[in-house]
Design a protein around this ligand. Structure first.
Ligand SMILES: Cc1cc2nc3c(=O)[nH]c(=O)nc-3n(C[C@H](O)[C@H](O)[C@H](O)COP(=O)(O)OP(=O)(O)OC[C@H]3O[C@@H](n4cnc5c(N)ncnc54)[C@H](O)[C@@H]3O)c2cc1C
Length: 642
């Protein structure tokens, strides 16, 4: 194994750790920064903010993304908002409370020190974004407005209608463009990282493919930052942008980086239900809607085909309000998703497939008026109407859980460095802060905390010892990695089989959803672990990848990504099987309380599971490393939102 599994949590009290760590970390002087070349893969909110900030500090940055512009990163899709404990509402919020809600929301499977730092840094993000001109919603008096998100009893979510990600990304993109103009950042759009290069045990470069021309290039750097987002698309159907994939992090895993908690997947409760087999994408209806929408199904199965307005109040089951009176419709995502599945499994689900529940705004419209609801959620209602043909001002929305976010990712220490020295991982691509379930509006907070504030302070700690150590891209390690990349592309193109990429991807996705989705059990996971290698085998013999490698070829791009998903899925199921407890979104049916809630096993599983690649999965399974989680401040309890 490369490196050791030491989280390097600083000593001292929780609220002093970050400050004292920065006080004692090594620095790189302004005059020396331009001597370092930093490779940032990804230009979403995490990568874009990191590249812009490092450029502003004077480093030379090369930034890569596979889209035609950084503005098209998946971050742009984020709707509902970003958390910070400014306590503008004076409703009792504090940094500690944001920290505690996040740790509890993640079902006590995240590191205290990281999460506390995140809660501290969140306030700085809001200030920075306001300075950039991000048009957050404001109150009448000019103060920034807040709304509530799941798993919190305060209102701490800053938002820009239902387009928060877009507005934050435009702010970040402006900052990035400034650095591109200043020539501190060189942007490589439509360029995909296909391998990581390790020299003397350190991450010192990447191999890329230009997606327009097919050209393969070698890039050497002093450090590599992966900000490549999440891998929810392993399930085929998800709310993620179609391009989201696991390739960058999976290739880094195959070069020695540990993959942590790969099975921790967030299923979001409020998405437009699947409508048929033709679909390649699912659409999120933001969690913010649960501020005013009430979730219900008919009390009796027999009523499920009636129109909603034909079902009187007395025959409706507002099941979240009934089961979780203190949080009601704002119960966290894992809990709300499972509750929706449960009522649908009982045969009370609505809509043609029976896999839907109502999200009803009638009471809110009566109380606040249609204009207020339009002002708060107008664009989401429009999206809903475009897709379903129904106006949610008149009839309740129909929603169902869908894959949305991945808490798992490459393992990182407190400095956000993986176990491979010089390889940093930020944003959704790392595993760090959300434990077994992410609370709403916390991903944008984490991505921007990592990129604007944390990485720029921790990267010098590594770089200070690396002056003059950047290898030549002509060194044998680069040549070897390039050869591997070319061989793999050639192999994919040579198969010339009969089955489409989509058919493999869809089959894998359905299998995972069934066996490693909202709930899992040992038998199902073992079944999946048997079937995935068979499917992979078929893929490498029978997939059809048209075109060639010297041109724009989206089939080839996707083939590489699906091939990685076919290996990665096995790692997910192995992780889900090994974690013989329920926690957060990881619901093992064997481990539940008498009322069907997740039952943790703190004695044996209060740990991060970090997996090491050991070669071909058929020959040797991955090796597990455990990082025990120590809780000094919070008391581990059975999570309750009742
Ligand atoms: C519909 C939707 C709504 C959401 N709403 C919210 C919300 O309201 N609040 C919230 O907190 N979170 C929300 N989230 C989650 C949040 O949007 C994401 O977690 C976050 O934006 C991820 O940011 P990122 O920078 O880590 O990754 P991304 O934005 O996914 O960026 C990844 C970058 O990496 C690049 N990349 C990837 N692989 C490669 C490769 N191999 N080579 C080169 N480049 C590569 C891509 O081109 C891209 O630039 C939402 C998610 C979805 C799906």
């Amino acid at each position: 194994m490369i490196g050791t599994l030491d989280a390097k949590i600083p000593h001292g009290s929780l609220d002093q750790k970050w400050r004292s760590h920065r006080d004692h970390s090594r620095l790189v002087s302004p005059g020396n920064r331009r001597k370092f070349e930093i490779i940032v893969v990804g230009s979403g909110l995490a990568g874009g903010s990191a590249a812009a900030t490092l450029g502003e500090l004077g480093y030379r940055v090369k930034c890569f993304c596979f889209q035609d512009s950084p503005r098209r990163a998946h971050s742009i899709a984020a709707q509902g908002g970003i958390n910070a404990a400014k306590n503008y509402q004076n409703d009792g919020d504090s940094i500690y409370r944001l920290f505690y809600d996040t740790i509890k929301g993640g079902d006590f499977r995240a590191r205290e020190a990281n999460v506390y730092r995140l809660a501290e840094v969140a306030n700085l993000i809001i200030d920075q974004c306001v300075e950039q001109g991000v048009p957050f919603a404001r109150e009448y008096g000019g103060l920034l407005s807040n709304r509530s998100f799941g798993g919190a009893q305060v209102s701490r979510t800053f938002y820009a209608r239902g387009q928060t990600g877009q507005q934050l990304l435009l702010g970040c993109y402006q900052a990035l463009c400034r650095q591109i103009a200043a020539e501190t950042v060189r942007m490589f759009p439509q360029t995909e990282m296909l391998d990581l290069v390790i020299v003397d045990g350190h991450a010192k470069g990447i191999i890329t493919r230009n997606l327009r021309s097919g050209q393969i290039d070698k890039h050497a750097g002093d450090a590599v930052v992966l900000a490549t987002g999440g891998y929810g698309n392993v399930f085929y159907l998800s709310t993620n942008a179609r391009g989201c994939n696991v390739t960058a992090t999976y290739r880094a895993y195959k070069r020695g980086a540990l993959f942590a908690n790969p099975s921790f997947t967030q299923i979001h409760p409020t998405c437009i239900p699947v409508s048929g087999e033709h679909q390649s994408k699912l659409t999120l209806m933001s969690e913010s809607l649960r501020n005013d929408g009430r979730v219900w199904v008919p009390k009796r199965k027999e009523d499920r085909e009636k129109l909603p307005n034909e079902i009187p109040e007395t025959d409706r089951d507002y099941y979240l309000e009934r089961k979780y009176p203190s949080y009601g419709n704002l119960a966290p995502r894992d809990i709300s998703s499972r509750a929706a599945k449960e009522v649908c499994d009982e045969g009370r689900g609505v809509g043609p497939s029976g896999r839907g529940v109502y999200l009803d705004f009638a009471d809110a419209i009566k109380r606040l008026g249609e204009d207020t609801i339009r002002e708060r959620y107008g664009n989401l209602f429009e999206v809903y109407e475009k897709i379903t043909g129904e106006s949610a001002y008149k009839v309740p929305m129909r929603i169902y859980p869908a894959v949305h976010y991945t808490m798992g990712g490459l393992w990182v220490d407190y400095d956000l460095m993986s176990n491979v020295p010089g390889l940093f991982v930020i944003g959704e691509a790392n595993f760090s802060d959300h434990g077994a379930n992410r609370l709403g509006a916390s991903a944008l907070m984490q991505g921007l905390a990592d990129g604007y504030f944390i990485l720029p302070s921790t990267l010098p700690n590594y770089l200070a010892g690396q002056m003059g150590k950047r290898p030549s891209p002509d060194s044998p390690e680069f040549q070897g990695a390039e050869k591997d990349v070319r061989a793999r592309i050639e192999k994919l193109l040579k198969i010339s089989g009969t089955r489409s990429l989509d058919s493999f991807h869809r089959e894998l996705g359905l299998l995972l959803w069934d066996k490693c989705g909202m709930s899992r059990h040992e038998k199902g996971l073992r079944d999946a672990l048997r079937k995935i290698p068979e499917l992979r085998e078929q893929f490498w013999h029978d997939v059809r990848v048209p075109g060639n490698d010297e041109d724009f070829n989206q089939s080839l791009e996707r083939a590489g990504r699906v091939a990685d998903f076919l290996e990665f899925a096995e790692l997910m199921c192995t992780d889900a099987l090994e974690r013989d407890e329920s926690c957060g979104a990881h619901f093992r049916e064997e481990h539940q309380t008498s009322d069907g809630e997740a039952l943790r096993d703190d004695e044996n599983h209060a740990a991060v599971f970090a997996w090491e690649f050991q070669g071909d999965p058929a020959a040797a399974g991955p090796k597990l490393h455990r990082e025990p989680l120590h809780f000094e401040t919070v008391h581990l309890t059975q999570r309750s939102y009742k």
